[in-house]
Design a protein around this ligand. Structure first.
Ligand code: ADP
Ligand code: ZN
Ligand code: ZN
Length: 803
């Protein structure tokens, strides 16, 4: 008997193992690892979706095995490489196996469970279930149903007054389309024409076309274009008469866009040297990791494209990850232009269906090049010849929810399977990566210049303690405004960065000092002028701006902080003719908003692009000759050991937007800390010096990359419970660690309460702790026990946020 070991799609510790099912005789050929199945699960025996993990001959389970109910795929949706990758990922990130398997697949393949109740007897008039019945989709039991309603449903079910049925479906289906195809020859159509009445105009119209064009195939839209005047109904009639055959054909939702093919640029000597080293490693099938450290605009992307081309020429495929925010049409066109028709793009703007279609194109080998954001690390490419992680220092490559993976680690793992190199590229590599290159674990390649005669921008630091400021304007120096004006006169463009990391607009009473806070979280609410409301960025709570102080009823309340909207207004007043585009969370929230702004700016329909960190990345526009940083300092003061690194990266990256073509670029950085080393070295654009300096500081403080870190956090509705638990965990864990390990905390998280849950945490810093992994796995198990209900535990390896 064949036994399928199935991973059920319930992400919980209790179900985090394979369950055995009998494979019915008629399904044995299809029951292979990596296919999705439906199996009865739990006491109810309701069907759940799962993945076959392994197929074995016999089960260790003593009782009677239930049979697999259905197999959903003809071919596995996860191959052996992916299954092995999932196993590694689950271990490495302390995640449930099912969460890893699902992360690898487009969400279209996930099951959609629906529960519905059907009344067998009428409800009492005052029954609380009435509300559910009155909804449009009557009888649907929502996933987030209130506990008392669910109890009522169960009660009525037991009394026999209603039944519950379970339905399970796939989120999205393969899209199909009807195509019409000639089924006869031209001569046969000629014969038919004789027998058609002269007043059957539509039929004659069609037959004339068929005589001239058979064989022909196309969807109805194609036919109607080809045969002007033809009606769709005539096509259907022709099928009935046997003139045409109709069939359903699978189609992709997003038709391929036409792109203009481009040719490779002649590489500079630095680019050539990097390229030669990389392809040597590709040819020898080595899984070397290269760190391509190239100043902004040095042509790293050209090197990537050439390396990808080298892979394709060898019959291999290529994977390139870029941060979501850099996945602009400009970037996508650049890759598509080099590899027309061969590129699949995976970004968050795709609908569930579109993403599924792109995934299928990759899986079938129809697309050999994949460009995408973080989750594209799992693109089902085979025979990968090169993998690239552009802007490798970006913290968005780390996923914040389970599985808490870093895309870099996934690529490095896949490279072992494919024996192919990985390129990590950045102008400002993460200290972790740069340190590995120092140790020889990565191979360092450097591009120190921009191609041809293009110069790096000149950077000027404006000391805001002494600068002439413009009266009444919050934070603009006269010098910066003069520079903006100069660009307007020259018809050049400017990019302005408002560094809002750790900075927000809040509303404060000037009489009593009361700050308006979120009722659910320990954080002040942020003012949004466009909706005239106050919002919590953590739980989503929203309220109207009060007209008086809730505490002292004074009307003297006002907003503090410098938002993009406010700066936009101020600059507009100073430069009335300037066309300003604003790019921030508000203007880019809607689908396509970010793209639209970039397109407009790229077409020089605006003079100034003002925005948050979004403006720092990936823009490559020849008319931009000025970059201004309004407040360099805000991100320096964050209580995070990476604060200097983040500030250095941000300033260097945004400076790099200036002067990328033949016009010289200039950068002006406004700061109250002009002597700070991160600001100094960013303005000198000296990454290597920053690296040396910062490594010294990390060494002294005992921070990464000298130590590994793991964050353990516990939350509960009651603060004292959370505190007790974190101390318990510490007391249990500490004896299992060596003397060399350092435990920081327990401490409250900086924002202790979010959504009415209190968060307490521990940070473990260590170099080598052979027992730590096992201990953490045991901890995760223990936290699932009944006595620990109400607690949530989070174990985060190499966290990006320590607050
Ligand atoms: P990076 O990825 O390092 O920021 P890009 O690859 O975007 O740099 O290159 C910056 C600009 O220089 C682009 O406009 C690109 O077309 C151009 N460029 C890159 N390499 C060359 C080259 N070898 N010859 C001419 N132009 C180049
Ligand atoms: Zn007040
Ligand atoms: Zn909140």
């Amino acid at each position: 008997m064949a036994v399928a070991q199935v991973i059920i799609d319930i992400p919980a510790q209790q179900t985090n193992r394979p369950f055995d099912y009998e494979v019915p005789e008629n399904l044995t050929a299809l029951a292979v690892p990596g296919v999705r199945v439906l199996v009865p699960f739990g006491r109810s025996g309701h069907l759940r979706q799962g993945f076959i993990w392994r197929v074995v001959d016999k089960s260790d389970f003593a009782g009677q095995l239930k049979p697999v109910a259905r197999i959903l795929d003809l071919d596995p949706v996860l191959n052996q490489e992916m299954l092995a990758l999932a196993k590694w990922l689950a271990q490495d990130t302390f995640s449930f196996l099912i969460s890893c398997l699902q992360t690898m697949l487009p969400s279209a393949l996930r099951a959609n469970y629906q529960r519905r109740f059907h009344l067998l007897a009428p409800l009492a008039a005052n029954d609380p279930l009435q509300a559910l019945l009155d909804r449009e989709d009557s009888g649907l039991i929502p996933d987030n149903i209130a506990a008392d309603l669910l109890a009522e449903i169960k009660r009525l079910e037991q009394k026999g007054q209603l039944t519950i049925d379970y339905q399970i479906s796939q989120k999205t289906k393969i899209k199909q389309e009807k195509v019409f195809k000639t089924s006869l020859t031209s001569d046969q159509y000629q014969g038919l024409r004789q027998s058609v009445r002269a007043n059957a105009k539509q039929q004659l119209l069609l037959l004339d076309f068929l005589i001239a064009q058979a064989p022909f195939v196309g969807n109805s839209a194609t036919w109607l274009v080809k045969v002007p005047g033809l009606k769709a109904a005539t096509l259907s009639q022709a099928v009935k008469k046997g003139w045409l055959a109709a069939e359903e054909k699978e189609v992709y939702r997003q038709p391929l866009t036409e792109v203009t093919a481009t040719t490779p640029k002649k590489l500079t000597s630095e680019q050539q040297a990097a390229f030669t080293t990389i392809i040597k490693s590709m040819d020898q099938a080595e899984h070397t990791t290269f760190l391509l450290e190239g100043v902004t605009g040095s042509g790293k992307t050209e090197v990537y494209l050439d390396a990808m081309q080298h892979a394709l020429a060898a019959g291999q495929t290529a994977l390139m990850l870029v941060p979501e925010i850099s996945l602009t049409p400009q970037m996508v066109e650049r890759v598509q232009g080099r590899f027309p028709g061969q590129v699949a793009v995976l970004h968050s703007g795709l609908s569930v269906g579109e993403r599924y279609d792109e995934w299928r194109r990759i899986e079938r080998g129809e697309a050999q090049v994949v460009v995408g954001a973080r989750s594209a690390a799992f693109a089902p490419l085979k025979k990968i010849g090169i993998m690239i992680l552009d802007e490798e220092h970006e913290s968005s490559y780390k996923q914040e929810d389970m599985p808490r993976y870093h895309a870099r680690d996934v690529l490095l793992k896949r490279a072992e399977t494919y024996h192919c190199p990985v390129i990590l590229g950045s102008a400002t590599p993460s200290l972790e990566s740069r340190a590995r290159a120092q140790k020889g674990r990565y191979q360092l390649l450097r591009l120190t210049k921009r191609p041809n005669t293009i110069q790096m921008p000149q950077v000027n630091v404006i000391d805001m303690r002494q600068a002439d400021k413009i009266a009444g304007k919050s934070d603009l120096s006269k010098q910066l405004v003069d520079q903006l004006n100069l660009r307007l006169e020259r018809h050049e463009q400017s990019v302005l960065l408002l560094n809002r990391r750790g900075y927000a607009n809040f509303v404060l009473c000037r009489d009593c000092g009361h700050v308006i806070k979120c009722p659910n979280c320990d954080i002040s609410l942020t003012l949004h002028r466009d909706t005239n409301s106050l919002k919590c960025h953590y739980c989503g709570h929203q309220e109207a701006i009060p007209s008086a102080c809730p505490q002292c009823h004074s009307q003297n309340i006002r907003s503090y902080g410098s938002g993009t909207q406010k700066v936009e207004q101020e600059i507009q007043e100073l430069l009335p003719t300037a066309r300003i585009l604003r790019m921030d969370v508000d203007t880019t929230a809607r689908k396509g908003g970010h793209e639209r702004i970039i397109k407009q700016f790229g077409a020089h329909q605006a003079d100034i692009l003002l925005g948050t960190q979004m403006v720092a990345k990936g823009l490559d526009f020849p008319d931009v000759t000025l970059v201004g940083v309004i407040n360099a300092d805000t991100s320096l003061s964050l209580p995070d050991f990476r604060a200097s690194e983040r500030t250095f990266q941000l300033l260097t990256q945004v400076s790099g937007r200036a002067g990328r073509a033949d016009k010289q670029g200039e950068v002006f950085i406004q700061t109250y800390n002009p002597e700070n080393y991160a600001i100094q070295l960013a303005s000198a654009q000296n990454y290597e010096a920053f690296y040396q300096k910062e490594m010294g500081i990390r060494h002294q403080g005992g921070y990464p990359p000298y130590y590994y870190t793991i964050l353990i956090s516990v939350n509960h509705r009651q603060e004292d419970q959370a505190v007790q638990k974190i101390y318990q965990i510490q007391n249990w864990l500490q004896p299992q660690l060596s003397e060399a390990a350092v435990v920081l905390g327990p401490t409250a998280r900086m924002i202790t309460r979010i959504n009415n849950q209190y968060y307490y945490q521990l940070i473990i810093k260590y170099k080598s702790e052979p027992r730590l992994l096992k201990a953490l796995q045991t901890l995760i198990m223990k936290m699932q026990s009944k006595t620990n209900r109400g607690f949530q535990l989070r174990v985060d390896r190499e966290p990006m946020q320590f607050m």
